[in-house]
Design a binder for this molecule. Structure first.
Ligand code: MN
Length: 446
């Protein structure tokens, strides 16, 4: 269930050796090594986190909902085409990945004699996973409604995941809401996600370690794929090499579908890779994120097909890099909001002396070609939940300026992942450089 954390030390050494073999610069190797060694998880850990981390989250959530009952139900694995992904709420609060498992947070003095009850579908393996959570009250999911009937009847409010009321009628949460109403018609059913969002925004030590592991696996994807970026290769093939690198590093899933776009497709923000062959002189955007222990990375690099940017591409590339650097320095925890830093990035693009043509031929300052938000929260989701106000210390963000000039078929984006700290930001993906020389080295496989 846990991935990188369950590797044996010798396997991990082998992975390190492979990464050393593909690294050129000594600085890159050292940073990569430390990122990999950070994967080591504490004893008794679940999904790379201590049992105490999960218990603290449940206690904080309990504080924010008072005497209400919180009921979290994981989806069942009923889709045989997609790899199962447990619900964020379940893994965040309990570390349990079992399909169809459920958890209830209950007010004190309830008939189960525990603040938390775990409900498992019932095989011996699943019982073993339940024991690893440290939650002592474990029942079968078949008995869930009967088990929580007494606390449900007493509850004025019950929180569930998902839309409630009219909006939830045709969803799984609608069925859960209806079931709650049959037990307690007077209970007010509410959505728990807003309460969880402010908790999830600030990362614990284990969550941060998972994001660093996801970044290390994503870097592996870049180093494998960069060598294959050459005229005649296709976007789909580049995606395949990216996924090969992810799996080699132990990441079982991606946090989002890989974006691989060349030439005219580099203008398309979420370009699904196609069989279009790459052509010399084009830019290629590779925006990828491996998932480790349910946490994802989100990194973008732009490569020159054929190994060299044209002077025009280079000027645009350096502008995007300089805007990213300026934005990194601009973040002040407790003060900077997304709205404000977006305005700041836009102003930086506008101040550049560069100009480009819109498709109607009119010339514009570069802010016209920065067509998306500067970044987002990162965590269990690639566009993670967060707070609406200033960025708190301990939150994790992306900073991803880009330029998309359709009239020249040039798309450029650079994206890195950052921890917001007391003194600014820590670049978690610093081991994957974005200067032109480093990009070219990566493409040469060094
Ligand atoms: Mn992103």
């Amino acid at each position: 269930m846990s991935h990188l954390v369950t590797r044996t030390p010798s396997l991990r050494r082998a992975a390190v050796a492979r990464i050393v073999a593909v690294c050129g610069a000594a600085a890159l190797c050292m940073a990569t090594l430390s990122a990999l060694y950070a994967i080591t998880a504490p004893a008794g850990a679940l999904l790379g986190q201590t049992l105490d981390e999960f218990a603290q989250r449940r206690a904080k959530l309990r504080q924010s909902v008072g005497d209400a009952v919180v009921l979290i139900v994981s989806p069942r694995a009923d889709d045989d085409r997609l790899r199962y992904r447990p619900s964020n709420e379940m893994v965040y609060l309990t570390g349990v990945e079992t399909p169809g498992a459920a958890a209830a947070l209950l007010p004190a003095g309830n008939s189960l004699g525990s603040n938390t009850a775990l409900f498992m579908p019932g095989s011996p393996d699943e019982a073993a996973e339940a024991r690893r959570t440290g939650i002592s009250c474990v029942r079968a999911t078949a008995d869930m409604w009967e088990s929580i009937a007494e606390p449900l009847k007493r509850a004025a409010s019950v929180y569930i995941v998902g839309p409630v009321g009219e909006r939830g009628i045709h969803t799984a949460s609608g069925a859960i809401e209806a079931r709650i109403k049959t037990v307690n018609p007077k209970a007010e059913v509410r959505d728990i996600r807003r309460h969880l969002a402010s908790l999830r925004c600030v990362k614990s030590a284990g969550e941060l370690a998972n994001i660093k592991s996801a970044i290390a696996a994503t870097m592996r994807g870049f180093s494998v794929a960069a060598r294959e970026i050459k005229p005649g290769a296709t976007e789909l093939a580049v995606e395949g090499f990216v996924l090969f690198g992810f799996r080699q590093a132990g990441a079982p899933r991606e946090g989002f579908p890989a974006v691989v776009g060349s030439g005219p497709n580099s203008i398309v923000l979420h370009n699904d890779p196609t069989s279009r062959p790459l052509e010399k002189g084009e830019t290629l955007i590779v925006d990828i994120g491996a998932e480790v222990n349910c946490y994802t990375a989100d990194l973008t690099r732009t490569f020159p097909v054929g190994g060299r940017f044209t002077p025009r591409q280079l000027a645009l590339y350096e502008l995007v890099r300089s805007v990213q650097t300026a934005c990194e320095k601009h973040v002040v925890a407790g003060k900077t909001t997304w709205g404000e830093i977006n305005d700041f990035a836009r102003r930086k693009f506008r101040e550049s002396p560069l100009r480009a043509a819109a498709q109607d031929g009119t010339m514009h300052t570069m802010d016209r070609f920065f067509v998306h938000g500067l970044g987002h929260w990162l965590g269990l989701d690639v566009h993670d939940v967060g707070v609406s106000g200033p960025m708190p210390v301990g939150s994790v963000i992306t900073i991803e300026p880009g330029l998309y000039i359709a009239s020249e078929s040039i798309g450029i984006r650079i994206e890195d992942d950052y921890l917001v700290t007391e003194t600014g930001v820590e670049k978690l993906s610093a081991a994957l450089p974005s200067d032109v020389q480093a990009i070219q080295r990566m493409m040469r496989g060094r």
